[in-house]
Design a protein around this ligand. Sequence first.
Ligand code: FAD
Ligand code: DLZ
Ligand code: SF4
Length: 505
Amino acid sequence: MVSRLVLVLGDQLSEGLSALAAAEKGSDVVVMAEVSEEATYVQHHPKKIAFIFSAMRKFAARLRDDGWDVRYTRLDDAENAGSIHGELLRRAEETGAFEVIATQPGEWRLIEALEDMPLRLTMKPDTRFVSTQDEFDTWAEGRKALRMEYFYRDMRRKTGLLMDGDDPVGGQWNYDAENRKPAPDDIAFSGPMQFTPDETVQEVLDLVEARFGNSFGSLRPFWFATDQAQARRALSHFITYALPRFGDFQDAMMNDNRFLYHALVSPYMNVGLLDPMEVCRAAEDAYTDGHAPLNAVEGFIRQIIGWREYVRRIYFREGPDYTRRNALDHQRRLPDFYWTGETDMNCLSKAITQTADEAYAHHIQRLMVTGNFALLAGVDPHEVHEWYLRVYIDAFEWVEAPNVVGMSQFADGGIIASKPYVSSGSYINRMSDYCKSCRYRVQDKTGKDACPFNLLYWHFLDRHSETFAGNPRMNQIYANWRRMDDGRKQTILSEAEAFLETLGA
Ligand code: FAD
Ligand code: DLZ
Ligand code: SF4
């Protein structure tokens, strides 16, 4: 007799999932469903939908091989109820089950939908993370500022990663000072491991093309790993060929190289094909074996047990209204060129075109090009949030929203970032070769060829001086602004206004 349904969502494709661990293979029924509500609550990049559906189909097959009774619904099945709760109700009726075991979804919207269902629900915590929410909340209690760095040190102690007894290996916790080299002349890495679509993936690609072919972004070529074995090969390829130089050029950007030494493991970790500790242990082994230097390995591990864990905890600590925060009261619509890449600003054009082609851009492109511009221009952070959630293959709200709303747009008022991540064109010029082939001149601060980032940078600081002038980390910048003569300030501000007018409302 079927007693319970076990829900496995598209980003819960892990054999050790808490819902599966709490279920009985012989009597409980696993429910997996490709549903239009999940595929359209934002209009995802077609590569993201293809990745998730392909990985879901392969994971369902693996569970079946392992002896589970899996009821899998394909998007085009005639009886598809169109939503996760609809599918659970349909399967409950079909099997006679009245109880659902779920692992907590990574988005408040879906948590609330499950809680509203007329079925008995057991919601298990998602244990595929290094930290727990209780642990974070205890750590956060009574602190004035929730700085990632201190949380990260606790995660190092907890996991023992790169630890020498109670001390960090090498004597320092953080080697970031060695990790900010500008774009190199060339890259000795041919990019992430790419996989030829197999029959399952081909079938999904045809489906996605027919149903979502008109969304932003190219579906083909599609080369992502879609099962655990492939994801592990992709990880090992990164560790062998790219990790040794990951640290040095982590922040660099290049016209003709979209991946540099980045890992592209976020999609795999976020849907559960790779476990974060497995990824970190592989990196640590590369250090122990003398294959990769400490600055690279520490930098990489910090992104995972530091930033990735930290943003997850902030998302669940801050609650469902987080994506609606707008501390700087920014109201501008997202400029159209975010959907076309058609702008004379080469850095933006390159980052957006790459995003459309690959459903991927690396951290600094997201933070200091598309994010920086939106913040300087005063774009409504909710629109910015929806753009990021749509366009990246690794975007799930728990990780995307804190990075966008908090880190990039300062819309949470400074919970994540101690100061806004804004820069003029000079930062982009230092870290990339974008400016060399731009119609604007990065060294021009005013005038018809002035880089718009230069104009908007001061416009942003001037219009938010009440909020930021007292921030000790911004003293020097405001001192520079105050020292500028009034005529020059006026020219900058009026040219910035004229530029903003060209962006529309
Ligand atoms: P690498 O540079 O090789 O880093 C290794 C791993 O570290 C990543 O796979 C990722 O899991 C983790 N990591 C690094 N930085 C962060 C971070 N800030 N937060 C969480 N994990 C991190 N990451 C997502 O997974 N999904 C998102 O939707 C997302 N949106 C972002 C939006 C903005 C505005 C910014 C600034 C960052 C965002 N990030 C997001 C973080 C980061 O950009 C991506 O994790 C990274 O680019 C993924 O590519 P990679 O695997 O090649 O990363
Ligand atoms: C992102 C996504 C998409 C596009 N489609 C599905 C789907 O059809 N079925 C499913 O179970 N999950 C899907 N997902 C992932 C969910 O949206 C995800 O679980 C929530 O956003 C929480 O992270
Ligand atoms: Fe971007 Fe300005 Fe450089 Fe052009 S000059 S690529 S707009 S930073």
